[in-house]
Design a protein around this ligand. Structure first.
Ligand code: PMP
Length: 400
């Protein structure tokens, strides 16, 4: 049957971990993986999550199927976390929400919904660069993928002028994907003033804003600050789509907890929209997994666990910010050619170092340091034990 099936290419991000695993050097460093690591380089389970596990265990809940749109309490609490309790669409009953298989699943519902129901041209504009998986998520359902300028190589910063020019130039009523915070892979976000301009610009051109929020709280340590952009857009009257993930901020990677939500114009419209969202989910996976949603609902629903979680998410964000500061200082101390201020000003899990593909290869070959080809490093992979070695290796690779 399958003799003509060609070999597919390895996943560009997951392939980095494969190469790392094969390397036998004791001092090897993996900066490719998009998951938090503690100060000893180990995966980290939050205390608030462990407590929620205990609570759930004691409750001896059943494992019956969830409704197609998921666990009601989870969906409610997750939406309030993203939009704010006093958000108008929530208060007015015009937020259509479904639990999703984490952020990726939310994006897949979004692409399915847009492909089936969007009235305008089915073209999504993605930032250049963006998270690699965005492209097939839209292309696989027949949505055309285009790019808008985002990253300025020269300044290793945001190309805000280019971004605005591109959004102004494109036709009316397209779908614009925006990273709510901690843009992946660059770690560069618009400022609040720039978000205001973007909101106006998108409104003037009747574009649909599609927010991917995979890092709420993880970027600055402050869940309200990190949700600024989608909340501001909603206040300005945008009917946004939002894809929310609890993989990073609660460390629930494999639990696959997230939501897909759409701000719509009325409670009646919400019912119609949700009926179609269900028709997308049902043939994909029928109904979502229960455990992660129960964990999130337990934490968000308990004032005590919620406070504890806020402290933990801040602790993770602060450790990353501390690593940024240290890496910057080391690179300067080592007289590494170039300007490295972006390491400090970038935000979230990743840093776009600005080094070339050859330098990335040299780091893997000579120093056993692994990262994605585009020079993106996971700051969470750095710690007190390996940062000196990494800075020296990077400095050497840049000096050539
Ligand atoms: N969007 C972005 C920008 C991401 O970086 C990620 C995770 N790497 C996701 C979405 C989806 O993550 P998950 O499906 O694990 O929630």
């Amino acid at each position: 049957f399958w003799s003509t099936v060609p070999q597919g290419p390895p996943d560009p991000i997951l392939g980095v971990t494969d190469a790392f695993k094969k390397d036998k050097a004791p001092n090897k460093v993996n900066l490719g993986v998009g998951a938090y690591r503690d100060e000893n380089g180990k995966p980290y389970v939050l205390e608030s999550v462990l407590k929620a596990e205990d609570i759930l265990h004691q409750k001896k809940l059943d494992k019956e199927y969830l409704p197609i749109t998921g666990e009601a309490e989870f969906v409610k609490l997750a939406s309030e976390l993203a939009y704010g309790k006093n958000s108008k669409p929530i208060q007015e009953g015009r937020l259509a929400v479904a639990q999703s298989v984490s952020g990726t699943g939310a994006l897949r519902i979004a692409s399915g919904f847009l492909s089936a129901h969007y009235n305008g041209p089915k073209t999504v504009y993605l930032p250049d660069p963006t998270w690699g998986n965005h492209v097939p998520i839209f292309e696989n359902v027949g949505i055309k993928v285009q790019r808008y300028r985002y990253f300025d190589k020269k300044t290793v910063g945001l190309d805000f002028i280019g971004m605005k020019e591109d959004i102004k130039l494109i036709a009316f009523a397209l779908q614009i994907l925006l990273h709510a915070c901690a843009q992946n892979p660059t770690g560069i976000d618009p400022t609040q003033e720039q978000w205001k301009e973007l909101s106006e610009l998108l409104q003037a051109k009747k574009h649909l804003a599609l927010f991917d929020m995979a890092y709420q709280g993880f970027a600055s340590g402050d869940i309200i600050r990190d949700a600024y952009a989608p909340r501001y857009f909603v206040e300005q009257g945008h009917q946004i789509i939002l894809c929310q993930s609890f993989a990073k901020n609660l460390g629930l990677y494999a639990e696959r907890a997230g939501t897909f939500s759409m701000v719509v114009s009325s409670a009646e419209e919400k019912e119609r929209v949700l009926s179609q969202v269900k028709r997308i989910i049902r043939p994909l996976y029928s109904s979502p997994p229960i455990h992660g949603a129960q964990l999130v609902a337990t934490i968000l629903g308990s004032p005590e666990l919620y406070e504890q979680w806020l402290g933990e998410v801040k602790k993770m964000a602060d450790r990353i910010i501390d690593m940024r500061e240290k890496l910057y200082n080391l690179l300067v101390e080592l007289k590494t050619p170039g300007e490295w201020g972006h390491i400090k000003s970038q935000i979230g899990m990743f840093s776009f170092t600005g080094i070339s593909a050859e330098q990335v290869q040299a780091l893997a070959d000579h120093a056993h340091v692994y990262m994605t080809k585009d020079g993106r490093i996971s700051m969470a992979g750095l710690n007190e034990h390996n940062i000196q070695y990494f800075a020296e290796s990077l400095s050497k690779a840049v000096k050539g």
